[in-house]
Ligand binder design. Structure first.
Ligand SMILES: C[S@@+](CC[C@H](N)C(=O)[O-])C[C@H]1O[C@@H](n2cnc3c(N)ncnc32)[C@H](O)[C@@H]1O
Length: 308
């Protein structure tokens, strides 16, 4: 069975290439929406999150259909019902990989002014010289390198002797390879402060490649977010624009439980600017009314203050 899945799934593609979403046949929007509303819940994904970004997903599905020689989405639906391995390919088609450096500038400023100094002070209080962080669903490394640059450019001087330990993971091996290569188009760097861009990147063949000195901050791993585990508690988890947009409620709750299990007491969780945590008591307290950052509740009635 596994062999059959390997042959019909993502691993059968030459050089493990991603499904290209820039060309190929077009799938009618109404039909694609109808299909996604049927298929996404079966993958524990949430249609609402896909509404705005469905065009790229529909293009990939159309391309997959043409790879299989199918011109009709209903035929593809029947194919899915008869080949359980195809669901893995469809799941890959549904991954949204958009990212950029310093995405949501105000968020990174908040990390710089508030969150990271508080985490560094707390690490010191417990006699530690390391802040332990995880960028979960890191795409091609844009978020992880942004955090690492922020640490180098601003916070390292304020907290001499303190180290930022950073793991960054993504389910997609092609993206992880890009993250390790660390070369990006200008469009990925637009939001990064210009001085940092000039200092940290070398321009080669129209791309901007991170200089060696800034590359060894994050350690990249290919991993499904739900199977991640860490030896020691984490001070900070960033999971932006993935779980709380694209996963269904059941998977959101499972991911949140896993984040809490891996967070240190009063460790912080950052989510995307337009995301929210599952409603109800979720064991997390908002760090700041206008920022998508939370910290882990301790015992009832002893929440403390996040910036203590
Ligand atoms: C929209 S990008 C977000 C990138 C970055 N966090 C940001 O906010 O800019 C979502 C990323 O999550 C990855 N992803 C999707 N499902 C995943 C899973 N189950 N485990 C780990 N990563 C996953 C995708 O490959 C994609 O790179």
């Amino acid at each position: 069975m596994r062999y059959a899945c390997l042959m019909s799934g993502i691993f059968s593609r030459p050089n493990n290439k991603q499904i290209n979403d820039t060309d190929g046949p077009v799938l009618n929007d109404d039909k694609c929406v109808h299909f996604l509303q049927w298929a996404l819940p079966r993958l524990h994904l949430n249609w609402t999150g896909y509404r705005k970004v469905r065009a790229q997903v529909c293009k990939r599905i159309a391309r997959r259909m043409s790879e299989l020689g199918q011109s009709d989405i209903d035929a593809y639906r029947i194919y899915l019902q008869h080949d359980s391995c195809e669901w893995g390919v469809l799941e890959e088609c549904c991954r949204v990989t958009i990212s950029r450096f310093y995405r949501d500038r105000r968020f990174f400023e908040f990390l710089s002014e508030d969150v990271l100094p508080a985490l560094a002070r707390r690490a010191r209080q417990r006699g530690d010289s390391v802040i332990r962080c995880w960028s979960a669903g890191c795409a091609s490394g844009e978020e992880a390198y942004s955090l690492s640059l922020l640490w180098h450019m601003v916070l390292m001087r304020q907290f001499p002797g303190m180290e930022l330990w950073l793991v960054a993971s993504d389910i997609d091996g092609v993206l992880i390879q890009r993250a390790v290569t660390a070369c990006y188009p200008f469009s990925s760097l637009k939001e990064l402060p210009g001085v940092w861009r000039d200092d940290a990147f070398l321009r080669t063949d129209g791309e901007y490649c991170l200089r060696e000195a800034y590359r060894n901050g994050p350690v990249f791993r290919r991993e499904d977010i739900l199977s991640a585990s860490f030896e020691k508690p984490l001070d900070f988890i960033l999971c932006r624009n993935l779980v709380f947009t694209y996963f269904d409620l059941e998977k959101q709750k499972a991911a949140l439980d896993m984040f809490k299990a891996n967070l240190a007491v009063r460790g912080a969780l950052a989510i995307g600017a337009h995301e929210s945590l599952p409603e109800g008591e979720n064991g997390m307290i908002r760090w700041h009314a206008r920022m998508p950052v939370f910290y882990k509740r301790t015992q009832k009635g002893q929440e403390g203050r996040c910036s203590e």
